[in-house]
Design a protein around this ligand. Structure first.
Ligand code: FAD
Length: 556
C-alpha cells in the first residue's frame, strides 16, 4: 500500500536542521479496499517527537472490514499527529507528518478540517429522544454482524452489550481455545523434531502458564476492540448494559434507560450449562470460561463431557502437559460427528496419553484431599481440576417481559429468523439451531436483512461446515454416513492420509477423507475429513454442496 501517492495534499516544505529545505512526509489515511471511504484511527503507537524508522508500525486503523497496522514510509521523527485516536478520517486525508528532528510544520499550512464530533450517547435520561430502526441485544457474532449489516442497509441501529463485545466466541470460546490449541501444536512439533533429524541441544521445555494466558488475552483484546471499532465506524450507537424487552417492545437498559425501535434483534447467545448432581459446586469443578483463565496448569484434568468443547480442551491441555481423563455418557466422543471420525480421534488422543471413558455416567462429585473425585457408574476418577462441559444454554436475560414460543428450551424462530413475536428476530446460539460462530454470523445477516427489508431471505444451513480443531483436525459438512444410509441408497468414497505423499512428508498421516453421495443422482450428501488442514479443505466440499455439483461432475 502506498500511503503517499494517493494523497490530495502536496508535501509540505520544511526547513531542515542544517538550514536546508526538506519535504516532510505526510501520513495519510490509506485506501485499503475498493469500498473503503474512510477509516478510524484506533491507536497511535508513537507520540509526537518520537523517532520512527521506515517500516516501523506507527499506528493501527480500522476499516469497515478489518483492523490493520500502518508502517512509517520514511525515517525521522513523528512531527505532528493531526488526527487523534478514535477519529474517523476520509481516505487520503493527512493524519500526521514525519520529518527531521526539531523541525516544525509551517504554521500557515492549512490543517485538515476536523469532522463534527459524534453526538455522545445519552447516558442519564430514562427515555431517549432517538428512535431506532433496529435495536440489537448482544454483541456476539450474531449480534454485531446483524448490527453492522442493518446499518449498511441504511438503518439507524443501536446495539446493547452487557459484557465485552465479541461474545462467547471472541472472549471465552473459539479464539481462546484456538490460541491454546496452536501452542499445543507447537509442542507437538517440538516432539516430532528429533525423529526428523532436528536435535535440540537441550530437549526439555516448560510451559509458562501465566504467559500462555497473557498471550491468549492479548489476541482476545485485539479482536474485541476491533469489533467495537467496526460498530462505531458503521455508525452503530453503542449502549453498555443489560437489555431487557418490555411488554410494549421497548428495550430497557439496566432497568433505567428506554430505547425505542421498530425492530429488535435478540442475539443474547448462550452460557455454560450445569448438571444437578451432588457436589457439583466443588471449587475444583470449572466451566470452560474459568479453565481458560487458569494461571496454573493443572497436573491432572478430568473433563465431564466429550463433545467438541471438551475434546478441544482435552487436546490443548494434554499438549500443554496436563494428564487428561474424559468422561462421556454416550458410547463415543463427539457423538455428532461421523462414527469413523470419532473413532480415529479417540484413538489418537489415547495414543497421546489421554484416558477416555465412554458410556460412563457421572453420579457425584466429592472432595479428595483438595482434589476432585468424580464418582461414576464405571469407577472413580481423581483429578486436580474438573472441566464441566456438558453443553450450553441460551442466555434468556434479554427476553424481559416478552413470552416467546420455545422449542427444547431455546427461542423458536422461523426460516427468516423471526420469533413467534412479530418484529423480534433471534439469531445465533439463543435459538439453538446450530451453536457455531460462523452460523451465528449467517443468522445475524439473515435477521438483519429481513428486519430492514421485510422477510425475504431464508436461512439455509445444509452446506455449513463444522470443525473440531484438534490434532488431527476433524471437519464435516452434510450428513454422517449413518444418517445418509438411513435416508438414501449411498455410495461412499474413502481415502486414507496414510497413502498420501504430502501427509507422509509432513508426518501427519493419521486420518482420511470420506465422501458420501446418493447412488441415483450422485448428489453429495456429506463429506468428512480427519487429518491435516481439514478445516481449510472442508470449505471446498461445502462449496460443492452449495452449488449442488454431483460427484460425477467433480470427478470429471
Ligand atoms: P454469544 O457469542 O454468546 O454472544 C452473545 C452476547 O450477548 C454476549 O456478549 C452477551 O454478553 C450478550 N448479552 C446476552 N444477553 C444480553 C442482554 N440481556 N443485554 C446485553 N447483552 C447481552 N464456534 C465455532 O464456530 N468455532 C469454534 O471453534 C468454537 N469454539 C468454541 C469454544 C468454546 C469453549 C465455546 C464455549 C464456544 C465455541 N464456539 C465455537 C461457539 C461460538 O462461540 C458460538 O456459537 C457463538 O459465540 C455464538 O454467537 P452468538 O452471538 O449467538 O452468542
Amino acid at each position: 500500500m502506498d500511503n503517499y501517492k494517493n494523497s490530495k495534499h502536496p508535501y509540505i516544505p520544511l526547513l531542515g536542521s542544517k538550514g536546508l529545505k526538506i519535504m516532510a512526509h505526510e501520513i495519510i489515511m490509506p485506501k485499503a479496499g475498493i469500498d473503503m471511504t474512510e477509516g478510524q484511527i484506533v491507536k497511535w503507537l508513537k507520540k509526537e517527537g518520537d523517532p520512527v524508522a521506515a517500516g516501523e508500525i506507527i499506528l493501527e486503523i480500522m476499516t469497515d472490514k478489518t483492523s490493520m497496522e500502518i508502517e512509517a514510509e520514511a525515517s525521522g521523527v513523528l512531527l505532528k499527529i493531526v488526527r487523534q485516536d478514535g477519529e474517523n478520517v476520509p481516505i487520503t486525508e493527512v493524519i500526521g507528518y514525519i520529518g527531521e528532528a526539531g523541525e516544525e510544520i509551517k504554521p500557515d499550512e492549512p490543517e485538515p478540517e476536523k469532522p463534527a464530533q459524534e453526538e455522545p450517547v445519552e447516558k442519564s435520561l430514562t427515555r431517549l429522544e432517538d428512535s431506532y430502526n433496529v435495536i440489537v441485544i448482544g454483541g456476539g457474532p450474531a449480534g454485531y454482524v446483524a448490527a453492522i449489516r442493518a446499518a449498511q442497509h441504511g438503518a439507524k441501529v443501536a446495539i446493547v452489550e452487557k459484557n465485552v463485545f465479541g461474545g462467547t466466541c471472541l472472549n471465552v470460546g473459539c479464539i481462546p481455545t484456538k490460541t491454546y490449541l496452536k501452542s499445543g501444536e507447537i509442542i507437538e512439533g517440538l516432539q516430532m523434531a528429533a525423529a526428523r533429524g532436528i536435535i535440540f541441544e537441550n530437549t526439555s521445555f516448560k510451559v509458562d502458564m501465566p504467559k500462555v494466558v497473557e498471550h491468549k488475552n492479548s489476541v482476545v483484546k485485539k479482536l474485541t476492540s476491533g469489533v467495537e471499532a467496526l460498530l462505531r465506524s458503521n455508525k452503530v450507537d453503542i449502549f453498555k448494559g443489560t437489555a431487557k424487552i418490555s411488554k410494549n417492545k421497548d428495550v430497557i437498559v439496566d432497568d433505567s434507560k428506554v430505547i425505542k425501535g421498530d425492530k429488535i434483534i435478540l442475539a443474547g447467545g448462550s452460557k455454560v450449562s450445569q448438571i444437578n448432581i451432588p457436589g457439583i459446586k466443588h471449587p475444583g469443578v470449572l466451566s470452560s470460561d474459568a479453565l481458560l483463565a487458569l494461571e496454573e496448569l493443572p497436573e491432572s484434568l478430568a473433563i465431564i463431557g466429550g463433545g467438541v468443547i471438551g475434546i478441544e480442551m482435552a487436546q490443548a491441555f494434554g499438549e500443554l502437559g496436563s494428564k487428561i481423563t474424559v468422561v462421556e455418557m454416550m458410547d463415543r466422543i463427539i457423538p455428532g460427528i461421523d462414527e469413523e471420525a470419532s473413532d480415529v480421534l479417540a484413538a489418537y488422543l489415547k495414543k497421546k496419553g489421554a484416558k477416555i471413558m465412554t458410556s460412563t455416567k457421572v453420579a457425584e462429585i466429592k472432595d479428595k484431599n483438595g482434589k476432585v473425585e468424580i464418582v461414576t457408574d464405571n469407577g472413580s476418577v481423581v483429578a486436580d481440576k474438573v472441566l464441566l462441559s456438558v453443553g450450553r444454554l441460551p442466555d434468556m436475560e434479554g427476553i424481559g417481559e416478552i413470552e416467546f414460543e420455545m422449542e427444547r428450551g431455546k427461542i423458536k424462530v422461523d426460516k427468516y429468523m423471526e420469533t413467534s413475536v412479530k418484529g423480534i428476530y433471534a439469531p445465533g446460539d439463543i435459538n439453538g439451531i446450530k451453536m457455531l460462530a460462523h452460523v451465528a454470523f449467517r443468522m445475524g445477516e439473515v435477521a438483519a436483512d429481513n428486519a430492514v427489508k421485510g422477510n425475504n431471505r431464508e436461512l439455509k444451513l445444509h452446506s455449513a461446515p463444522s470443525v473440531v480443531y484438534t490434532l488431527p483436525e476433524v471437519a464435516m459438512v452434510g450428513l454422517t454416513e449413518k444418517e445418509a444410509r438411513e435416508k438414501y441408497d449411498v455410495r461412499v468414497g474413502r481415502f486414507n492420509f496414510a497413502a498420501n505423499g504430502r501427509a507422509l512428508a509432513s508426518g501427519e498421516s493419521t486420518g482420511f477423507v470420506k465422501v458420501i453421495a446418493d447412488t441415483k443422482y450422485g448428489e453429495i450428501l456429506g463429506v468428512h475429513i480427519v487429518g491435516p488442514a481439514a478445516a481449510e479443505m472442508i470449505n471446498q466440499a461445502s462449496l460443492l454442496m452449495e452449488m449442488e455439483i454431483t460427484v460425477d461432475e467433480v470427478i470429471k
